[in-house]
Design a protein around this ligand. Structure first.
Ligand SMILES: [Zn+2]
Length: 528
């Protein structure tokens, strides 16, 4: 199978039908969205196509990007651009094969094809279709699984390298919304996440020419990482390798195939893949910043930036700032593609343009051996002039500090009401979740107010802050009452409960972030 000129992508069409198409057909105006048998596969397919567009159909500058946004290429035109790269995208070949090691030696161990799936070994709260006895995967599912594991790889033990972004990174993409009742096309869903070369050049990586072997690591002998200093930094490869990272040395085994139905998508094939071969010490990436992922930056600038990972407890408004504007102290800084959209592109696309941020990724366990959960959420974006974005990030940061503190206080208070020795009780993640979902409408209400024309000034700002503090306080106390009575009641003790509630009330005003915000409100009011 060739991943550029063969039809292999399942696409939902405007008439509601689903068809399997060649990658160039993403430019068809009737194509609306990608369909995949698993959520992680869908995320991987988007990233594969973004990598292909960045590599084979790059826009030189932002003007050219905008032209192609307004007038997408024809399928034929895109096909032509892709075809120059097609020779490098065979899944099965005697020579270089897509995302696989060029020369698998005798030291490559045979593995069951199931181990290509990221969630193997997890206790599966992941809701993926993961039949117990996977016997074989079709070529399409194998290619997608290969991209998924190379882009997200957990450590899998000593010598097994994590993905360029670490184990289980979070990916954030923009999703254009329907415009005047017209659903966004697949082209728009993709092109909004493609950066022009002038922007891709910025992060400081190498961007000299388009030499295929510098971009696609499977075209050359693997830069393996047996030696301590065997790392691959942005100086060693083209910046576009970010889309084609190859931390795992893998070769699909086409000599041991079976006939039957693919265990993931159900398609029949004479050559289902049942095994692959692998060894340790694939490419060990260091110091890269992937354009689709937010990063924490070391305030002392000693350690390289660290990618935000998949989140336990899912993604909620507490991640809103980091995933959209990024916090002013870069804890974290939003993904380049999202930052660039908010700062530069939205202005060109018009105020009425609407897009969501879609964030997804695995949370892997500390040792990184297995996936613990999968997060997959969308968050709204707000149109704010670039000159106001820093001020907005500052104010949102203050609100979030209050919320984080309140969530902690609520958790502590409920546990104190539940037992004489609350320290002996396990943490109850559902308490935090109830807080984040219970205060979500408040947050988006506040954000709506802050993003109005004068929302960040004087009286309007003070009103928003006041409402936030009182709203958080009220919801926290209500949630406390819910948790300590009714179905959550454990070892009920009225005295202990009353004491815990009094403490909670006190700290909801006095804790540092609340106290600081109240103080600032009062100072402002006094100076008016
Ligand atoms: Zn399949």
């Amino acid at each position: 199978m060739n991943l550029v000129f063969d039809p292999w992508l399942t696409v939902r069409w405007r008439d509601g039908g689903v068809r399997t198409v060649r990658p160039a057909e993403i430019a068809d105006p009737e194509a609306l969205d990608l369909v995949a048998p698993r959520a992680d596969f869908r995320g991987a397919l988007f990233q594969f196509l973004l990598g292909l567009l960045q590599t084979a159909f790059p826009a030189e500058d932002e003007d050219e990007w905008l032209e192609r946004w307004e007038t997408p290429p024809s399928v034929e035109y895109l096909e032509k651009a892709f075809s120059a790269w097609a020779p490098y995208f065979f899944l099965q070949a005697d020579g270089p094969a897509f995302l696989q090691d060029t020369k698998p030696g005798a030291d490559f161990a045979a593995k069951d094809v199931r181990e290509l799936l990221m969630d193997l070994g997890s206790v599966s709260n992941l809701h993926f279709n993961k039949p117990d006895g996977i016997k074989g995967l079709c070529s399409v599912c194998s290619a997608t699984a290969l991209y998924t594991i190379q882009a997200n790889a957990p450590s899998g033990g000593s010598g097994h390298r994590v993905s360029m972004r670490g184990g289980g990174p979070l990916t954030s993409l923009l999703v254009p919304q329907a415009d005047k009742g017209q659903a966004a096309t697949l082209w728009q869903r993709l092109w909004l996440n493609v950066l022009s070369q002038e922007i891709m050049r910025q992060p400081g990586g190498r961007f000299d020419g388009q030499a295929a072997k510098d971009i696609l690591p499977w075209l050359v002998a693997t830069r393996s990482s047996e030696k301590k200093d065997g790392q691959t930094t942005p100086d060693h490869a083209h910046a576009l390798q970010a889309y084609w990272g190859m931390p795992r040395r893998i070769r699909l085994d086409w000599e041991n195939t079976v006939a039957g139905r693919c265990d993931l998508c159900g398609k029949t094939s004479e050559t289902l893949l049942s095994r692959y071969r692998t060894r340790k010490h694939g490419v060990s990436y260091l110091g890269w910043q992937h354009p689709l992922t937010p990063y924490y930056h070391d305030p002392n600038k000693e350690d390289p930036p660290s990618a935000v990972k998949g989140q336990s407890g899912g993604i909620s408004y507490r991640h809103w700032l980091g995933l959209t504007l990024g916090s002013n102290d870069k804890q974290p800084e939003a993904a380049l593609v999202v930052r660039h959209f908010l700062k530069e592109r939205w202005g060109k696309l018009g105020k009425d343009f609407r897009a969501l941020v879609w964030a997804f990724g695995y949370q892997v366990d500390k040792g990184g051996m297995k996936a613990l959960s999968w997060s997959d959420s969308t968050l709204p974006t707000y149109h704010v002039a670039p000159t106001q974005q820093e001020a907005l990030a500052l104010e949102v940061g203050r609100l979030l500090e209050v919320a984080q503190e309140a969530a902690k206080l609520l958790h502590r208070a409920v546990k104190s009401a539940w037992a004489d020795r609350p320290g002996d009780l396990k943490d109850e993640p559902a308490i935090g979740q109830s807080f984040w979902s219970g205060t979500e409408p408040l947050f988006y209400g506040a954000l709506e107010a802050l993003t109005q024309t004068t929302g960040l000034e004087g009286p309007a700002l003070l009103a928003t802050q006041r409402q936030w503090l009182t709203g958080i306080r009220k919801t926290s106390l209500d949630l406390f009452d819910d948790w300590v009575t009714g179905e959550y009641e454990k070892d009920w003790d009225i005295e202990r409960t009353v004491k815990a509630r009094v403490e909670l009330e006190k700290w909801l005003s006095r804790a540092k972030p609340m106290n600081a915000l109240w103080k600032s409100i009062k100072q402002q009011e006094a100076s008016v």
